[in-house]
Write a protein that binds this ligand. Sequence first.
Ligand SMILES: NC(=O)c1ccc[n+]([C@@H]2O[C@H](COP(=O)([O-])OP(=O)(O)OC[C@H]3O[C@@H](n4cnc5c(N)ncnc54)[C@H](OP(=O)(O)O)[C@@H]3O)[C@@H](O)[C@H]2O)c1
Length: 246
Amino acid sequence: MSEGGTFLITGATGPVAEATIALLAKRGDALLLTGRNEARLAELERTYGTPGRIETFATDVTTEEGATAAAEAALSRLGRLDGLIHMVGSFHAGPVFLTRVADYDRLMRANFLSAVHATQAVLPHLGNGGRLVFFGSPLASEPLAALGGYAAAKAALLAWMRALSHEVKHRGIHANAVIMTMADTPQARQERPHVDFDQAITPELVARAVAFLTGEGADGLYGGLVPVMGRFGFSSALAGPPPKAG
Ligand SMILES: NC(=O)c1ccc[n+]([C@@H]2O[C@H](COP(=O)([O-])OP(=O)(O)OC[C@H]3O[C@@H](n4cnc5c(N)ncnc54)[C@H](OP(=O)(O)O)[C@@H]3O)[C@@H](O)[C@H]2O)c1
């Protein structure tokens, strides 16, 4: 796919999305930005809005109706659709045995079922060729204490994405995921003052990976898990320090 594609960005209201919106807008892509948060969509509209090229649309893609409305709005406002950048997600920390089923339900709906709805809404419009980009976490394959609900929801998303990629690659549709650690955003700094953000990644690094996955550079990738992990690593007292050069 050459640059200048047309993409639906779901979860465009989140703290990670803006760098991706800015980079793809600069590349010349057409974008429909969706979320439920109308105030944030209005801010994005003021900064990036360009009629017929970058538009916003309030909807909840965790429902079939909301996802269908998003795909139809992308087509009617932008004229075509080349893919989906699905940034909807939700986080929860707490011991698995104390986490309420309602919280598991929300995590599964936001992280996994929203991707199913959004993808099913977009796929009929892609024809032969397209890009689907999802967002996972290293916790999906290495779950840690107190993060089991989130890890399970991202694991479901990634297993499903890999199966999906086998189904759609014959139509030239590439489904891939960015596997990312904590992003350095003003929200994250406010919520987690104890974190060493030297180990975090930036939304700009995520944006570059999304640009790659929606560009010609990723023509050979189907079902890929692309790590944007910065200097993050799982540590253990048994592992010892990193080796010294020389
Ligand atoms: N931030 C990080 O450090 C980090 C780390 C690893 C992976 N990720 C993943 O990367 C993606 C983007 O990150 P982010 O931090 O920008 O995402 P986020 O803030 O967790 O979620 C993005 C958007 O999803 C929508 N959303 C959240 N909960 C929802 C719910 N229960 N029902 C429907 N919509 C809901 C919200 O939009 P509306 O309220 O406008 O609908 C929100 O702005 C997400 O998939 C996230 O899980 C992020």
